[in-house]
Write a protein that binds this ligand. Sequence first.
Ligand code: ADP
Ligand code: MG
Length: 240
Amino acid sequence: MIKAKNIHKSFGDLEVLKGIDLEVQPSEVVVLVGVSGSGKSTLLRCFNFLEMINDGEITIDGTTINHKKDNLSKVRAEVGMVFQHFNLFPHKTVLENIIEAPMQVKKKKKDAAVKHAKELLDKVGLADKADVYPNKLSGGQKQRVAIARSLAMEPKVMLFDEPTSALDPELVTEVLQVMKNLAEEGMTMVVVTHEMRFAREVADRIIMLDQGVIIESADPKTFFENPTNERTKQFIQLVE
Ligand code: ADP
Ligand code: MG
């Protein structure tokens, strides 16, 4: 579903991604870990074409994207992204937040967009919140709306960048549960998170980034119990 070949990304003189090779299979859930500054967010942003890569190639579901030529808003629609901060439109209701992009970008008819939005709200457990404004929601509810909004574009891949990091601890579980359900339905996902229980339970593969390089890629059991890299071992001791 995602094929990244030799991705290089620099900001000025700072080389942040130093040749990343990564393939994500359909329905696979990859958890991406690494210390702060290792390049996790930058890599996700490259997958979503929010950042232009300096070298290498990214293929999404068989389509290789040329940053200079392609219609990025179209390919972006195929790759949903959920951020640490929810970025909901404050002056729109929950329902209006969800139908905005399908109507504007995909030219979906309002009736169809509303119907789909309600199904998605049901899926994230917020069927009763369609008509409220974001400021009436808890952080966990806002993040679930953000997930529903992203799903409304019917993406082929979902990227999550520390989706629970800004939440009070008691609100983390409800968001992780929605993500777990999504994984069980077969969504292809790349998740940056420090929630190691989620990684153990839901990930098919855990990848460790260190200074812009993948230093470990293994199934959860191997990752935690038998990591090969010394820095992975140190990381596991820190987070567990
Ligand atoms: P992580 O998500 O793993 O914490 P990031 O991908 O956010 O790491 O950042 C990796 C490095 O790239 C950091 O040193 C960060 O300061 C730098 N960086 C990220 N975005 C930019 C940017 N837009 N301009 C300049 N430097 C950036
Ligand atoms: Mg980050």
